[in-house]
Design a protein around this ligand. Structure first.
Ligand SMILES: [Zn+2]
Length: 54
């Protein structure tokens, strides 16, 4: 898991499994954030790709 470009951050969407609250974070991250409502660990919902065309 070695990446030459350490300065690049990957946006990912995290979601609360309980209330479905979502938040965008940027990898790499030490720890996943907690839901501000439920105070439980949120999980990664999907990887976002900035270069993706819709
Ligand atoms: Zn929640």
């Amino acid at each position: 898991m070695e990446r030459s470009d350490r300065s690049k951050q990957e946006p990912v969407e995290v979601i609360c499994p309980k209330c479905r609250y979502t938040e965008i974070i940027y990898l790499p991250v030490d720890d996943l954030p907690s839901c501000p409502k439920c105070h439980i660990r949120m999980s990664i919902s999907e990887l976002l790709d900035e270069g993706k065309s819709y």
